[in-house]
Design a protein around this ligand. Structure first.
Ligand code: ZN
Ligand code: ZN
Length: 368
């Protein structure tokens, strides 16, 4: 067996990723090999390439991907939901494998908080078996314990990759933890993939009005064109005072938003979000995935407003499943294909540059 697959490998921080090949191993019991068709580039990948998170190198990047079953290891007969798995089936998988034994996994039952999580495309080294452990590659070795999902009927690979990890991340934070209810006025801070996914879930949850505060203008325009958000405020052309006045004017009685969903990732957005919220309102801090340092907030406002504050970290199996099951309704309402720009694997560095510049909402690598 000498078949190999090519992948995009981060060998050193601040350097372009390089295309390298590795042999495709025979799957051990419980493992399987997937041929990758589409792999997304996420803002986190840009942070990883700059060394903003402590990861081992070298690594095949890519934690969001869709592909087809190429080879099943002994004992692998069904997907995470119990559906039969066969060679050729279109599948996707959660990016992380929790240990299943630690305090967070067992006692708290919060598998996203597991500190021994193995994460494809992030902490699985390219120079250690099975090497092919990232999504930016022609094939991936899905280790025993991976949560693999056959795509639900009617769900396309393009729909799955359109929001990438932002989809299940928003499902966890917005649907599972915050629970937006019908008739709410919702502010979404941020207009990248997480912000758009959060806004889509607010719409699907029956929000009366969704106010998107983000930028740059091209991202807000794309959101407007596909019907995400009812009001769009550009942070690059407005002052904080003007934004606050406008948000309050858009809420019932000028009292502020019922729910604020922070998906900006900029620390200063948290103080602004607290200002947007009404008394007795709810705020979710979802966007601060990378530690970008401390920021001034006025804690008096949390007490005085009687705010409910939530955080949400990453996503697990059931959030990914929830998102996959929501995709038909989401795709029927929003043209998800508009979010994607395709690049061949060889143009991965250009795709990363376009992502970093905010020019492209979701660059997607194609492997064929
Ligand atoms: Zn991501
Ligand atoms: Zn664990």
């Amino acid at each position: 067996m000498t078949e190999t697959a090519r992948g995009a490998v981060l060998q050193a921080f601040h350097e372009p990723v390089a295309i390298a090949a590795a042999p495709i191993p025979e799957p051990e019991p419980g493992a399987l090999i997937a041929r990758i068709e589409l792999a997304g580039i996420c803002g986190t990948d840009i942070h990883l390439s700059h060394g903003h998170l402590p990861i081992p190198l070298p690594v095949v990047l890519g934690h969001e991907a869709v592909g087809r079953v190429a080879r099943l290891g002994p004992g692998v007969e069904r997907d995470f939901t119990g559906q039969p798995l066969r060679v050729g089936d279109a599948i996707t998988w959660t990016s992380s494998i929790p240990c299943g034994r630690c305090h967070w996994c067992v006692v708290e039952g919060e598998r996203t908080l597991c500190e021994q999580r193995r994460v494809y495309g992030i902490n699985q080294r390219f120079d250690v078996f099975p090497r092919l452990s990232g999504g930016w590659a022609e094939a991936i070795y899905l280790q025993p314990g991976s949560a693999v999902f056959k795509l639900p009927a009617g769900v396309t690979p393009e729909q799955v990759i359109a929001l990438g990890c932002a989809g299940p991340t928003a499902y966890h934070g917005v649907v599972d933890i915050t629970g937006v209810t019908p008739g709410r006025t919702v502010v979404v801070q941020g207009s990248g993939p997480v912000g758009l996914a959060a806004a889509m879930y607010a719409h699907l949850s029956g929000a009366a009005k969704v106010i998107v505060v983000g930028g740059p203008a091209a991202r807000l325009e794309l959101a407007r064109q596909i019907g995400v958000g009812d009001v769009h405020l550009d942070i690059f052309t407005t002052t904080p005072e003007a934004r606050l006045a406008r948000v309050l004017a858009e809420t019932p009685g000028g009292r502020g938003a019922d729910v604020v969903l922070e998906c900006a990732g900029v620390p200063a957005a948290v103080a602004e979000g607290i200002a947007f919220a009404r008394r007795n309102g709810t705020m979710l801090v979802l966007g601060q995935y990378t530690d970008r340092g401390a920021t001034p907030i006025n804690p008096h406002l949390i007490t005085k407003k009687q705010l409910t504050l939530h955080g949400s970290w990453a996503f697990g199996e059931r959030h990914y499943l929830g998102h996959l099951n929501a995709l038909p309704a989401m795709a029927a309402r929003f043209d998800l294909a508009r979010l994607i720009v395709r690049y061949p694997l060889a143009q991965v560095n250009q795709a990363m540059t376009d992502m970093a510049g905010g020019e492209v909402m979701k660059p997607v690598l194609t492997m064929t």
